[in-house]
Design a protein around this ligand. Structure first.
Ligand code: URP
Ligand code: ZN
Ligand code: ZN
Length: 459
């Protein structure tokens, strides 16, 4: 069926225009003034509202066996939460561990999403070892449309790879024209510091951050950058959390290293005092890299405003209170992760745009367009243009609300951003021309989401 969105203020990178958007067969076919619609078209009045391209979360975990348990969402719950928050596409980390076969893992992750997600999705393929069959397996995975890799320099003996494996992965990625995303922390230092703290009887969640200090992340970022420089591969640092690591990444960029930076919602809005809260309240705020000293937040916002930080993801990774308590005797056993898929857009809009830290252009770029460009989805996703998928967010800037676990759709019993105000939310969210959300309620079709096949970008 046709869809006409009337008279909204269409916001894309570099442009703001008051116009109508006409959609046929999942695609935007016209943008202009006073478009006539056939009698059977669905018409949405958007006067007084902003119309954004569907938002893209470039870093989520939905199915994740990790730290002796499983992240709580399914693609059904995660995608509905994403859509209610305005995210119409997410990229999930496909994370088999070192003992798993990569191709079997890839098929497993695909099977978990197939027919379950209400929004569109893609994968970053984790390379958690490099053995003789790895190259041919990765070639098959890229040919299947998964044209980005993920490596972990952290999580020794589980997801983590060594320098030789990183070199081989980057060298192959360079030949294939595939971008490599990386979790940058020095695994050996983390393991040593954890042992040292535990031996001193320091077992609570407040010791998570000291076990992975900023220097450890800066070292990982520096090593990744040096390997990118020497392989000529293109890289993307995920969830960069602090000033020291940012300096390292930007210094590498200034000498021509092809390195991009993502920071995630918790690092803009929370700080290590949240993880220092007593007992399980602290555990709820354990993620890696950890929440940092507060001064880093302003540094990240400033870098985001000028585009030095490319994208804002969530690293959505829900573990509930009972799972967090697996670490009650030792912080090293607290499942790492803070969910955020439902709240990213509204919190970024409120604490970024409304608080004067971010202009609208950069907001759309960081939360949608730049991820589409970096990960081979543009211009199908990440913009509003004739020929693009009709993924559209009609945004009500007059809405006022508060983030709360009581009203969330994420499958979890707490919200790390509990009590934070939001000043704006999507009033309508459409995916490929079908309305999936109205005013905070899922009204669409479950399982309609498609896996997005992507070509290598050949940077
Ligand atoms: O704490 C985190 N970040 N959990 C998810 C796994 C990862 O490192 O991305
Ligand atoms: Zn990570
Ligand atoms: Zn992650």
């Amino acid at each position: 069926m046709a869809l006409l969105i009337r008279n909204g203020e269409i916001v894309t990178v570099g442009s703001r225009v008051q116009a109508d958007i006409y959609v046929e067969n999942e695609t935007i076919t016209r943008i202009g003034k006073d478009i006539e619609a056939p009698p059977n078209a669905e018409i949405i009045e958007a006067t007084g509202k902003l119309v954004f391209p569907g938002f893209i979360d470039p870093h989520v975990h939905i199915y994740l066996p990790f730290m002796a348990t499983f992240a709580k969402d399914t693609h059904e719950t995660g995608s509905i939460a994403a859509l209610i928050g305005g995210t119409t596409t997410y990229i999930e980390m496909c994370c088999p561990n070192r003992n798993d076969d990569a191709l079997e893992g890839y098929q497993l992750w695909k099977s978990k999403a197939d027919g379950q997600s209400a929004c569109d999705y893609a994968f970053h393929m984790s390379v958690t070892k490099f053995v003789k069959e790895t190259e041919s397996q990765l070639r098959q995975i890229v040919a299947d449309g998964t044209a980005s890799f993920k490596i972990f320099l952290a999580y020794k003996n589980f997801f983590g790879i060594d320098d030789a494996e990183m070199y081989q992965t980057l060298e192959l990625a360079q030949r294939l024209g595939v971008i490599v995303t990386a979790h940058c922390e020095n695994a050996e230092l983390v393991a040593r510091l954890q042992q040292k703290l535990l031996a001193q009887g320091r077992t609570g969640p407040e010791w998570h951050e000291p076990s992975r200090p900023e220097s450890v992340e800066a070292e990982g970022t520096s090593r990744f950058a040096t390997f990118l420089e020497n392989t000529k591969a293109t890289g993307y640092v995920v969830h960069l959390s602090c000033e020291r690591a940012l300096h390292v990444a930007l210094e590498a960029k200034s000498r021509g290293v092809k390195i991009h930076v993502e920071s995630v919602l918790p690092h803009f809005l929370l700080d290590k005092s949240y993880a220092e809260r007593p007992g399980v309240e602290g555990m709820k705020h354990v993620m890696s890299p950890p929440l940092r000293a507060k001064h880093n937040r302003a540094v990240l916002w400033n870098a985001l405003a000028i585009g030095s930080i490319d994208t804002v993801g969530t690293d959505h990774c829900p573990f509930d209170t009972e799972q967090k308590l697996l670490g009650k005797n030792s912080f090293v056993n607290i499942p790492n992760g803070i969910p955020g898929i439902e709240d990213r857009v509204n919190l970024l809009y409120t604490h970024g745009v409304k608080r004067g830290r971010l202009d609208l252009d950069r907001f759309v770029d960081a939360a949608s367009t730049r991820a589409a460009k970096l990960f081979g989805l543009f211009p199908r996703k990440g913009t509003i243009a004739v020929g693009s998928d009709a993924d559209l967010v009609i945004y009500d800037t007059h809405y006022r609300g508060v983030v709360s676990a009581k009203s969330q759709h994420v499958n979890n019993d707490y919200n790390g951003f509990e009590g934070m105000e939001i000043e704006g939310r999507p009033s309508v969210v459409a995916v490929r021309g079908m309305v999936q959300v109205r005013d905070g309620k899922f009204v669409g079709e479950r399982g309609r989401g498609k896996m997005l096949k992507r070509e290598p970008s050949h940077f």
